[in-house]
Design a protein around this ligand. Sequence first.
Ligand SMILES: Cc1cc2nc3c(=O)[nH]c(=O)nc-3n(C[C@H](O)[C@H](O)[C@H](O)COP(=O)(O)OP(=O)(O)OC[C@H]3O[C@@H](n4cnc5c(N)ncnc54)[C@H](O)[C@@H]3O)c2cc1C
Length: 155
Amino acid sequence: MLVREMSQQECESLLARVGRGRLACVRNNQPYIVPIYFAFEPGRLYGFATMGQKIEWLRLNPLVCVEADEVLSHTEWQSVVVLGRYEEFRDVPEHLEERLQVQARLEQVNHLWWDTGFAAAQARGRFDRDITLFYCIHIQEITGRRASSDPVEQR
Ligand SMILES: Cc1cc2nc3c(=O)[nH]c(=O)nc-3n(C[C@H](O)[C@H](O)[C@H](O)COP(=O)(O)OP(=O)(O)OC[C@H]3O[C@@H](n4cnc5c(N)ncnc54)[C@H](O)[C@@H]3O)c2cc1C
């Protein structure tokens, strides 16, 4: 297997294509990671959530890491790691424009963008529209690695 660095364009293309990854945050030196859906646009990831542990932690420390990948086989895969900063758009009039923009982007990527966040709220026994959150992750750094099979190994 050969592993090489992915270009910025390849990384962005993967983020746009997969629309799904893992969001890691940290509180008091304790990491926490959960799968999320997102919509990519240059410089940003957009997401939707309801109020729970990850949002509580992100409010305390907005620095995040997101990983997304596409695994075709043991030797054919791509993985992208994003470092960024979380910004929240709460359900208040001042954030209406941003919320509509994020919602429109999420809708383009996945018409069920809202489903998992609401299901998480139900799992917590809370279902209140006031706790819906749209957010943006401002991308500060992207790196990617891509594996392919090594023709020499196959001989
Ligand atoms: C493919 C996929 C996409 C998803 N997309 C979204 C999304 O876009 N928005 C969204 O809000 N949620 C999404 N989820 C669900 C998400 O991973 C979390 O389960 C959910 O958001 C609740 O997280 P929370 O931090 O608010 O946990 P809380 O509801 O506050 O619960 C915290 C407790 O539950 C545990 N826990 C929470 N989530 C998980 C988990 N996934 N696996 C194991 N233990 C868990 C924590 O360790 C902790 O003990 C997605 C899940 C999957 C599999």
